[in-house]
Design a protein around this ligand. Structure first.
Ligand code: URA
Length: 434
């Protein structure tokens, strides 16, 4: 087998075999095939795509390239949730304890912030003392004893995806649906769950900017799960504005706690309840209507909040954060305001720019090893369709001495459009694909 022939075959529209995909991927991981040949293959896939079988094989090969977590020491059906990434997406902080409070074991491996999107692990690390790295034995012990554990992904989870993703990032081949779906699902399969709820974001703050692309991605991911005999449901959700009220690490933990106390923003609550209900459905708790009512009861009764406290205690965080979040969380006291430059309705928000503006404040990272300032972020006062007067506050920015306030404000000015017409607002839940 020669890399040249495999690239040529795909370039001419051929279908790659398992042996060919394995040869290319593992040859790259082992350093036997150079960057330039894999870059050529990726660009070829960008234009010719992979069919259902090729995607399933690529996913399997990448999942097998490192550790595959065996979750069998944990009893019951293990259901994982994955979001394709957005701005202000603190959903896991609510959904994980909500589902665990119903007796479903939550063994979750989450990611960190990258690009304009945030990461659950960085958010949890804003809770003083909270440990996001546990040994595998401790991880299982916590899930069996408390019903929940949320940790960072192990270093050796799908290493082929890490290496290929870095190359895609530098060769303009990230935004191809076969490659994205195989990349996400390889990590999910390696994580060992039995079933998946996939939150596929659509809109200006998402990877997928159009509904058609998001649907295609959702169908590809559900298809990959099914071809590995795993159940999956994809929920298409709106990301044309930041999710909820806050963006930034400590601020999003504050919002999650407020939501678990019953004081959540309605669209965010609807999203959390919907994703939780589908997780319960996949765990066999009943039909979807029964599951919706189960999760609503758990949120309203405070059981989900108590499960969040269990999670914090189990991972050595300061549990007082649940009762006194504003005192315990590191939240900047320096607040400046971004104001409307004219009167009208908020007609469009370029949410990706809001995410990047938050990074200028210090909340995210542009490179993998950048440090994060947990105390900074934004409170979104005005969202899609809201009316504003000239000079009325739209966003409060929580800043620190290292924040690049000038760049952040410049981006926010570009991100927010105000017009005379009230826009049509999309539902937070757009579609469900099974
Ligand atoms: N997230 C991933 O993990 N992989 C991609 O390719 C895109 C988003």
């Amino acid at each position: 087998m020669r890399p040249y022939d495999i690239i040529l075959k795909k370039r001419n529209g051929g279908k790659l075999t398992k042996e060919e995909i394995e040869y290319m991927v593992m040859g790259y991981v082992n350093g036997e095939i150079p960057d330039y040949q894999i870059a050529a293959l990726l660009m070829t896939i960008y234009f010719k795509h992979l069919d259902k079988d090729e995607r399933a094989i690529l996913t399997e090969v990448m999942a097998n390239s490192g550790d595959r977590i065996d979750l069998t020491p944990i009893k019951g059906t293990k259901v994982d949730k994955h979001s394709t990434g957005g701005v202000g997406d603190k959903t896991t902080l609510v959904v994980a304890p909500l589902v665990a409070s119903l007796g479903i074991r939550v063994a979750k491996m989450s990611g960190r912030a990258l690009g304009h999107t945030g990461g659950t692990i960085d958010k949890l690390e804003s809770i003083p003392g909270f440990k996001t790295t546990l040994s595998l034995d401790k991880f299982f012990e916590n899930v069996n004893n408390f019903g929940i554990a949320v940790v960072g992904q192990t270093a050796n989870l799908a290493p082929a995806d890490k290496k290929i993703y870095a190359l895609r990032d530098s060769t303009a081949t990230v935004d191809e649906i076969s490659l994205i779906s195989a990349s996400i699902m390889s990590k999910k399969l390696a994580g060992g769950a039995d079933a998946f709820v996939l939150d596929v974001k659509v809109g200006s703050g998402a990877f997928m900017k159009t509904l058609n692309d998001a649907k295609e991605l959702a169908e590809a991911m559900v298809g990959i799960a099914k071809s590995h005999n795993k159940n999956a449901v994809a929920v298409l959700t709106d990301m044309d504005e930041p999710l909820g009220t806050y963006v930034g690490n400590s601020l999003e933990v504050l919002e999650a706690i407020n939501t678990l106390k019953g004081n959540g923003e309605p669209r965010f609550v609807e999203l959390c309840l919907t994703l939780s209900a589908w997780m319960c459905y996949l765990a066999g708790k009943g039909d979807i209507e029964q599951c919706k009512s189960l999760v609503k009861d758990s949120l309203e009764s405070g059981k989900a909040l108590e499960k969040f406290r269990d999670l914090i205690i189990a991972q050595e965080g300061n549990p007082k954060v649940v009762d006194f979040p504003e005192e315990i969380l590191p939240i900047s006291k320096n607040i400046i305001t971004f104001k409307a430059n004219k009167e009208g309705y908020i007609s469009k928000i370029d949410t990706e720019k809001v995410g990047i503006a938050c990074n200028y404040l210090g909340a995210g990272r542009t490179k993998k090893d950048d440090n994060i300032d947990h105390s900074v972020g934004m409170k979104i006062l005005k969202k899609h369709g809201d009316s504003v007067l000239k000079d009325e506050p739209i966003i409060q920015l929580y800043v620190s001495k290292n924040s690049n306030i000038e760049e952040a404000l410049k981006l926010l000015n570009e991100a927010y459009q105000i017009s005379n017409e009230k826009p049509v607002i999309s539902n937070i839940i757009i579609d469900v694909i099974k």
